[in-house]
Design a protein around this ligand. Structure first.
Ligand code: CO
Length: 269
């Protein structure tokens, strides 16, 4: 049989949380483009890990696949080896579920080989690296003496500790760069206290989220009273917000792609 008629036996699955906002797909599409360029012999697929987002997309007439849908289809289509790259920021529930799914599909009736790439902040070394990469993507409008506050998502699980570790690394590099979490501690109130102690008057807000979804546009930068931007304003800071998701910054996308490279490397190890 002509080799061109075979589907590729190796594939890459890029799995992001997903977002209800169409603008948020830019980060995932760019990542897909970069993976396709780097691995021409692999099929590159994408999936959204959030059931809530997938249900919303279906009602909008733009259904998206879950990681399980894609993996089962790839199995049926004859893919034997697979690298799954998490596009999450922390090794929280979304990542653990992805890992569990991948491992459950390896074996006699599943994939011969399946490897999962770490999220952005997957280990100590990642945290150090991301801290230094973050300093290269801070808003150029920032003047000396002005602070940058990164908004992470946060989790109730143990993985929430990575935010404190990242904060400590950032403090060593630039004491005016802080990170807080939207849905966990330390939240905005704790960060406002820190900003006061630091004596800054101006704060630049940036999401530490893969894509510019609802959390970045509404909860961080929105005009509503509950947004971080509004909260900082009430606390007396002047504030500018930037929406670009972490996956849209080349320097940070490069960290996820490095994790993919490691996972692909393990496939043939
Ligand atoms: Co959330």
């Amino acid at each position: 049989m002509n080799p061109e008629t075979h589907p590729a036996q190796s594939a890459i699955l890029l799995a992001a949380f997903g977002s209800r906002l169409p603008d948020a797909s830019t980060a995932l599409e760019r990542m897909r483009g970069r993976a396709m360029a780097e691995y021409p012999d692999f099929r590159v697929e994408t999936a959204l890990t959030s059931g809530t987002v997938r249900r919303h997309k279906s009602t909008q007439g733009t259904p998206e696949q879950s990681p399980e849908d894609v993996l089962r289809r790839l199995l049926r289509e004859g893919v034997r080896t697979l690298a799954v790259q998490s596009l999450h920021v922390i090794p929280g529930d979304e990542f653990r579920n992805l890992e569990r799914l991948a491992h459950s599909l390896q074996g006699p009736d599943g994939f011969e080989r399946i490897e999962v790439g770490r999220p952005l902040l997957g280990n100590r070394e990642d945290i150090r690296r991301v801290a230094s990469e973050l300093l290269t993507v801070l808003p150029p409008q920032r003047q000396p003496g002005e602070a940058v506050l990164l908004m992470g998502h946060g989790t109730r699980g143990r993985a929430n500790g990575v935010y404190a570790d990242l904060a400590a690394e950032l403090r060593l590099l630039d004491p005016l760069v802080l990170i807080g979490a939207l849905e966990a501690e330390p939240g905005l109130a704790a960060k406002v206290d820190e900003l006061r102690v630091l004596g800054v008057t101006k704060v630049h807000l940036m999401p530490l989220l893969f894509a510019r979804g609802v959390h970045a546009t509404r909860d961080m930068a929105g005009a509503g009273g509950n947004s971080w931007k509004s909260g900082l304003g009430r606390a007396g800071f002047s504030c500018e917000a930037y929406l670009k998701g972490a996956g849209e910054h080349e320097a940070l996308a490069g960290v996820w792609l490095e994790h993919l490279r490691e996972a692909v490397g393990r496939l043939s190890a």
